[in-house]
Design a binder for this molecule. Structure first.
Ligand SMILES: *[C@@H]1O[C@H](CO)[C@@H](O)[C@H](O)[C@H]1NC(C)=O
Ligand SMILES: *[C@@H]1O[C@H](CO)[C@@H](O)[C@H](O)[C@H]1NC(C)=O
Ligand SMILES: *[C@@H]1O[C@H](CO)[C@@H](O)[C@H](O)[C@H]1NC(C)=O
Length: 384
């Protein structure tokens, strides 16, 4: 007789959580979610976990890499990550993870990507395929950087416009420089081409056409009027450049198009006329500057990676992060950036649509091959 009520309780216990899954996201979650953090910020994480309404416990690990492991083996539920961590997850049990929330800037919270790498040309430049880039005068942000260097090198190599960059008798960096020097007639590609000043000098002499389009070709280093995201566009508009490798955000600034607004409307007269230029696309077509850009690749936003067995609880997880973000901003708490990677006043957590596997997340940005390639030397992988 005594077993009947306890059986009922057991049954209820089994059914209730299932019923809760369908409940609105602001239903207080009963269980606590385990966020994995590097040991260095464990104290800050515990401060976060003590907040009213926050149902988190902190699982320490040596670093982000070990956190991925802990999420994979279900010792933690989720971890805040950079795209490079997402790349590692994609190659270590892709379907065990899901990107369920992103960290975006408040300036562009509706953009799908953190930045989009584009090629800008003069509208009448006669180009019909990527092969036609050969012989052009090319404007770059600087050596070793993502948008102005790694992305074009990776994609142009994939398209066989340049070689495979694998001549073993040369360093990785010299492979890259030699191919670019052979492809373009002139370029502006500032920066230290080697950490060794003597080697830097030798390379700049040997591949001097890659500095010819700079403000100071003999120096070919920062700061140069024609370097950086905006400098590459000045190089195109004012210094005889024929193609500029930069990102959409700076194209908008250059031509006075509103950031985060209608891309077809000029709101600021900058002296540069967008109707004289075009985006050049990887498929050989052109797109107007006043409109949706065509991209060579995009850098995904940072985000949060959960274990796949939490897919049913994504609404609760999202709600927890939203609450933590709000509290962190109100209190100017140091855990906001140190634990959650959110920068006060600058960035914010945003729900993406369906949670995506790491590979799917990188694929929609065409970014995997860019992260996957080894660039030399001292690849500053986390910098833009
Ligand atoms: C470039 O090299 C110079 C001289 O070796 C050094 O002083 C400078 O810090 C380097 N710049 C960067 C961005 O690495
Ligand atoms: C408008 O363009 C000028 C010149 O390029 C620039 O200095 C200024 O910051 C721009 N203003 C806005 C609101 O973008
Ligand atoms: C990725 O590449 C495809 C095919 O070239 C293209 O249609 C798409 O716009 C690209 N997306 C990004 C974000 O670069």
């Amino acid at each position: 007789m005594k077993t009947a009520p306890s059986l009922l309780l057991l049954l209820l216990g089994a059914l209730l959580p299932a019923a809760l899954h369908g409940a609105p996201a602001d239903t207080p979650s009963v269980r606590k979610y385990k966020i994995c953090v590097p040991e260095m910020v464990l104290d800050e994480c515990n401060n976060l976990a003590r907040q009213d309404g926050v149902h988190l416990t902190c699982v320490p690990a040596r670093d982000r890499l070990e956190c991925l492991d802990k999420v994979h083996t279900h010792k933690a539920d989720f971890v805040p990550v950079d795209p490079e961590d997402i790349y590692i997850a994609a190659n270590n049990g892709d379907n065990h993870f899901a990107v369920f929330k992103e960290i975006r800037t408040k300036e562009e919270p509706n953009e799908e990507f953190r930045y989009e790498a584009v090629a800008v040309i003069h509208k009448n430049q006669p180009l019909r395929s990527v092969q036609d880039l050969r012989g052009l005068k090319s404007c770059h942000t600087g050596v070793g950087r993502n948008v102005g260097y790694k992305i074009p090198l990776t994609k142009l190599s994939n398209f066989h416009v340049i070689g495979a960059l694998n001549d073993k008798s040369l360093t990785a960096r010299e492979n890259e420089l030699r191919e670019l020097s052979g492809l373009f007639s002139k370029a502006c590609l500032v920066g230290n081409w080697s950490a060794d000043p003597e080697l830097n000098k030798r390379l700049k002499k040997q591949y001097s056409n890659l500095c010819a389009l700079c403000e100071h070709p003999d120096i070919c280093n920062y700061p140069d009027h024609y370097s950086g995201y905006d400098g590459a566009l000045r190089c195109l508009s004012d210094n005889g450049g024929e193609v500029a490798w930069t990102k959409v955000y700076y194209v908008k600034k250059h031509f006075g198009i509103a950031i985060g607004g209608d891309p077809t409307v000029v709101v600021n007269q900058t002296g540069y006329d967008p109707s004289e230029y075009a985006y050049f696309c990887p498929d050989g077509t052109k797109k107007p500057i006043l409109g949706r850009a065509c991209r060579w690749a995009a850098r995904p936003w940072q985000g949060f990676l959960a274990s796949d067995d939490l897919l049913n609880e994504v609404p609760q997880l999202r709600q927890q992060l939203k609450l933590a973000n709000t509290l962190g901003e109100q209190q100017d708490a140091s855990w906001l950036s140190k634990v959650l990677l959110v920068l006060k006043g600058k960035t914010t957590v945003v729900d993406n649509g369906q949670p995506l596997s790491p590979q799917a997340y990188l694929n929609k940005a065409n970014y995997s091959d860019v992260i996957g390639r080894n660039f030399g030397p001292n690849d500053p992988i986390r910098s833009a």
